[in-house]
Design a protein around this ligand. Sequence first.
Ligand SMILES: [Zn+2]
Length: 305
Amino acid sequence: MLKRVKFGLILLLIINLLSVWSAQAALWINPLSVKQGEIVLVKGLYYNFGNAYSMLSDCQIAFEGKNYLFAREIVDFQGFESSGGTYGFQYTSRIPTTPLTKLGDLPLTLKCPLGQEKFSLKVLSGNFPVQNIVLTSSKNSLSATEKETNAVKNAINTFTPFKLWDSNKPWLAPNKARLSSLYGLRRTYNGVLAQNYFHKGLDFAAFTGNPITAPAKGKVILLGKEKEGFAVHGNCLFIDHGQGIISGYLHLSEFNVIEGQIVEAGEVLGKVGESGIATGPHLHFGVYVNGENVNPDNWLKFAIP
Ligand SMILES: [Zn+2]
């Protein structure tokens, strides 16, 4: 684990060197090039438009048809006093990409009350494998109930102002079993690519009853129960880690927490099962950034600020 942390720190250092710092604009975009499933951080305090400026708290980032908010963060500026700044905070917006994000140079637009500024973000392929599924029956025709769809949609789009996870270390794996399916896997059904499908998390090949633990501090915001209509996700739970970052756990057999509970990293959340649509017992673990399914693997390998 220590090796992983070191590697993550070195990687972040390299990313920092590659990122753009414009003193005039006072905006960091970090990194400028991502693989599908990774996130981009946009940081700063304000942005200059001629002689006037907008605080980033009043701005949003537009990317691929969605708008992203800035969250206020307390920053340790120790050693930076000579630069004239004594602020103890800055604003951060986290922009997600997924296997469905277009490739190439995409516009990323800062929208403020005083104006707009366009930047460019390069999106590289995540090289996700494609799995061919031959459909012989309508076995998996079970679909999500409206209640389930709405509750999950609300949970993953939760945005609360305070960061609860520790950005100095990678998240803990929520289960110890080996991975049986990776994030981003695409599918063809009888040879035809499913346009909107990708595997939205990591699958841990655990046995029924194995503990599922919190990867980082957060607040339990949804417990979905199969018997109450969660036909697809099965027994599931979602944790709000703050600032638009949510994690999700599907197909549980048992819950060990209640809605509204604050959990610490490593705390037991529930037990592995095969409720909902599952071909066998496993834990499906997802990480959502502002409503989009990003690659959880990055969160388990690197400290994400
Ligand atoms: Zn899965």
